[in-house]
Every structure is written in structure tokens, then in C-alpha cells.
Design a protein around this ligand. Structure first.
Ligand code: 4AD
Ligand code: MG
Length: 461
């Protein structure tokens, strides 16, 4: 008999009641009594476990079926659950052990801390928390693709190995096959001898290549692994994370903000509609009021504030003296400032717009005031920045000067500059950090618990 997904049975209870089925999965809990034993089987297709009833008259020795995480093939009849007419369970007629699981299995019935579970990344996906997290991650990814594909965007795969540093922040990982040694007199000599004959690194953003695609397809998005050798060992920074970057031609900063808000609402609603059980679980164990929070993201307008005004708000706020980093026009907003704005002042997601040009990247559109650029960050309560974006400088000379001013090598950006020579148009784009969005959607406080195998400074399990 063909194996049936437990999700199929749970979603079509009426159709299955009275039928004989075969299900396979792992024992998540079990309980023994005199005449009957129960176990909860999970096959990963749904957050929900399927209760299996083992009648000892029928099955004789059930003891080998009960240890946690034993993998089983169960044949039995689907019946209405004895304790809840809304549910179904399976009365087993035949059970086969596919793989035993000895008592030293590290995940036991008692709750384990997230810190402990990080030490066993290969097993933690078998717990409820990570069953929920990685399914939400999958659904959220699907929502991101759906948003763009429904709106005529082209999905562009930008390279992982690049020769240029998009953010110009020097946070790139180097790619090398030989490694520097004393036989090279200079860095140039070493790079010339290396695999690509030049310096190469892992991408910190697909934006530059994304812009090239947008100049042909109008609307594109990239979505893939991104790498930053950030020294900051915080709960929000990963060395490897997934970034989604739409790039839109014929669009200015205001148009971009509209897209970003509509997009965040769309993907949040998609997860609300498709991950009800997972979100109820996160609400119960990780963030009270989570579902209401997510519903209000979908329903209420986001706030929007100019950087200059945000600085005034921060300087005058009751917490001004408590900030570790003092606030002055020109400073970069620190997490404490971002969180004050979005959590306390606006109490909702908030776009900060028009940052000082000296603290932002070279490619951002220079505003007429000569001091600021048309950039925006989206800040959300509990996490801080989840999106960074901008209108792009579409003027050849201004862009070239911005590259020179920052001491970057013009020769590394010749292709990028060409875009401003050949049919340049106003365009804009942003980057969403998938893991930051997952923190926001699930209420999980550490980015290490949103990636299947988290990579951060000093951590590569
Ligand atoms: O603000 P960032 O640095 O913007 C860019 O990289 C632009 N090229 C995007 C664009 O305009 N196309 O990064 C964008 C987002 C951040 O808001 C954050 O959510 C996420 O990427 N991010 C990180 N997430 C986890 N760990 C890190 N180290 C991250 N660095 C950035
Ligand atoms: Mg940023």
C-alpha cells in the first residue's frame, strides 16, 4: 500500500475515516498502558503529529515501537479520535520498525534550550520549534517568489563569486585557491597568481548585477545566499544569510517605499494564511500577541519619517540620556535608536528616508540638498532594520565622482558605470534579509535560530 502524507489525512479527515492507510514517520512522544499504547507520529509534512493507537491484543509486543525518534511504517485504519471528534487517529493493524533509536538520542521529552539545540544543528529540525521555523521559512520563500512573479518581475540569479564589493564596506570574504604566502611580494602579485587572476570574493549583495538585469527586464529580483564577514557578534548578524533584492526601472524613492510596504504586507499575509499552526505555536512559546501583531502589519499603514526629523525625535525623547551612542545629525542610527523609533515612538514598522550621504553607499541617488541621499531603511519592532534600499544615482558623472570620493577603484565599476551611459533611467531597489524577516514573523530573538545551519563569527557547525 502506498504511503500517504500525514498532512493529506489531516486536511481531508472525512475522506479518510474508515479507510486503511500506510503512514511513515518518527515517534515524537509515546505513552504505554496496560492494554493499549499511544504514540504521536510525525512525518514532517505538517506541524501536527498523528496519534497512533496500538492495541496490545492486536500487536502483542509494542515496546520496540515506543522509543523517541524510532522510525516506523504503520498500517492501520483512520478513525475519529476517541477524545476529540474534530480529530482523527489511526488504529494500527501492523507496525514495522524502519530504524531504531537508542536512549542516548539527545532530544528528549523535556524542553531543551535554543542554545543547547544550536550545538546539534543536524538534529534540531526534529523539534517542534524548528519544525515550525523551517516550514515558515519555506512558505515565506514561496511568498516572496509569488509576490514578484505575479507582478511581471523576472527572477535573476546573480553570481555568488564576484570581483567587486557592492556595499564598499570591506566586509567581504575572499575566495582563493592558493592563499597568500611569502613567495608573493605584493598583494597584486598574489591576486594575479590566484584562480581568477584577480582578487575575488563572495557576494555581499546581488544589487550591481541586479541593476544590469533591470536595465533590460524593467523589473527583476534576486534571491540567494549573501555573505558578510561582519565582526559584530550580535543576535541579528549572520555571516551567511539570504537576501532578496528587487530592482525596478522607472521608479523613484517614493515608488520604492510603496512597493516595499505592499510587499511586506503581502508576504506577511501569505504566512498568516498558510502557517496557522506554526504561528500559534510561536505565539504560545515565543511572543505573546504575535498573531495580532502580524495582522496589524497587514492592515495598518507603516510610518515614514525623514532621517533629519528622526534625529530630532531621538534628541528630544525621554530616553535621550540613556543612549549608549549619542545622537547627532550625520551619525548612523544604532540598534538602540532604531528600536526606540519603531517600538516606542511610532509603535509600528517605520521607513526612515533621506540619510546623510557620508554614511551610505556610493550608488545611492544624491539629493539636491547636496547632503543627503534618497535611501530608506525599514525598521520594525523587536528586530530593527529588515530592509535597506534606495533610488540609484542614474547620472554618470555624479556616480563616477561618488566612486572616486570613496577611494574605490573606477576600473572595478566600469560595467556598472556603463548602465549610466547607455539608456540610463531612474531606478530603485531594496534588499530584505530573509532571516531578519523570519525573526520578525516568528518572534524568535536570535538569527541563529532562523537558518538551518547558521554561520556567524567563530561558528561553523
Ligand atoms: O542594508 P543592506 O546592507 O543593503 C544592501 O545590501 C543593498 N545592496 C540592498 C539593495 O538596495 N538592493 O542589506 C539589506 C538587508 C538588511 O536590511 C538586513 O535585513 C539584511 O540585508 N542584512 C543582514 N542580515 C543578516 N545578517 C547580516 N550580516 C546582514 N546584513 C544585512
Ligand atoms: Mg542597511
Amino acid at each position: 500500500m502506498k504511503r500517504i502524507d500525514i498532512k493529506e489525512i489531516v486536511q481531508n479527515k472525512k475522506k479518510f475515516v474508515g479507510k486503511s492507510v500506510t503512514v511513515c514517520g518518527w515517534v515524537r512522544t509515546s505513552r504505554d498502558s496496560k492494554t493499549v499504547a499511544f504514540l504521536e507520529l510525525n512525518d514532517g509534512t505538517t506541524f501536527k503529529h498523528m496519534q497512533i493507537v496500538l492495541d496490545k491484543e492486536v500487536l502483542k509486543d509494542v515496546s520496540t515501537f515506543l522509543p523517541l525518534c524510532t522510525s516506523l511504517k504503520v498500517i492501520g485504519k483512520v478513525v475519529v479520535a476517541a477524545n476529540n471528534a474534530e480529530n482523527v487517529e489511526i488504529n494500527a493493524t501492523k507496525v514495522e520498525v524502519l530504524g531504531e533509536c537508542p536512549p542516548e538520542y539527545p532530544i528528549q521529552k523535556k524542553p531543551h534550550s535554543l542554545e543547547f539545540l544550536r550545538t546539534i544543528p543536524h538534529l534540531r529540525m526534529r523539534t517542534n520549534t524548528f519544525n515550525a521555523m523551517f516550514r515558515v521559512r519555506s512558505v515565506l520563500t514561496n511568498a516572496i517568489h509569488k509576490y514578484y512573479l505575479d507582478r511581471n518581475y523576472v527572477y535573476a540569479h546573480t553570481p555568488i563569486i564576484t570581483g567587486s564589493d557592492c556595499e564598499g564596506a570591506g566586509e567581504g570574504f575572499k575566495v582563493t585557491t592558493i592563499g597568500f604566502s611569502s613567495k608573493f611580494k605584493t598583494e597584486e602579485e598574489y591576486n594575479a597568481a590566484d584562480f581568477f587572476g584577480q582578487s575575488a570574493g563572495l557576494t555581499v549583495s546581488g544589487q550591481l548585477e541586479g541593476e544590469m538585469m533591470a536595465m533590460a527586464f524593467g523589473k527583476i529580483y534576486t534571491f540567494g545566499p549573501t555573505f558578510r564577514a561582519e565582526n559584530s557578534n550580535t543576535s541579528r548578524h549572520a555571516a551567511e544569510f539570504w537576501m532578496n533584492e528587487p530592482e525596478v526601472a522607472f521608479c523613484d524613492i517614493n515608488g520604492l517605499i510603496e512597493i516595499a510596504e505592499e510587499f511586506i504586507k503581502f508576504i506577511t499575509k501569505f504566512v498568516l494564511d498558510n502557517c496557522k499552526e506554526e504561528l500559534s505555536f510561536f505565539e504560545r512559546f515565543y511572543e505573546k500577541g504575535l498573531i495580532e501583531k502580524l495582522s496589524s502589519i497587514v492592515e495598518k499603514d507603516f510610518a515614514k519619517v525623514d532621517y533629519t526629523e528622526a534625529i530630532e525625535i531621538l534628541k528630544k525623547c525621554p530616553k535621550a540620556n540613556e543612549f549608549v551612542y549619542p545622537v547627532e545629525w550625520g551619525c548612523d542610527l544604532q540598534t538602540e535608536h532604531e528600536r526606540y523609533l519603531t517600538e516606542e515612538h511610532f509603535a509600528r514598522p517605520c521607513f526612515v528616508v533621506n540619510y546623510p550621504k557620508d554614511i551610505k553607499s556610493f550608488y545611492m541617488k544624491q539629493n539636491d540638498d547636496g547632503k543627503t541621499v534618497a535611501a530608506t531603511d525599514l525598521l520594525v519592532p523587536g528586530v530593527g532594520e529588515i530592509i535597506g534600499g534606495s533610488e540609484r544615482e542614474a547620472d554618470y558623472e555624479k556616480l563616477k565622482n561618488a566612486i572616486i570620493e570613496r577611494g574605490m577603484k573606477i576600473s572595478d565599476y566600469e560595467q556598472y558605470l556603463d548602465l549610466r551611459k547607455y539608456g540610463s533611467v531612474p531606478h530603485a531597489g531594496f534588499g530584505l534579509g530573509l532571516e531578519r524577516m523570519l525573526m520578525y514573523i516568528t518572534g524568535i530573538g536570535n538569527i541563529r535560530d532562523t537558518a538551518i545551519f547558521p554561520r556567524a563569527k567563530g561558528e561553523l557547525r
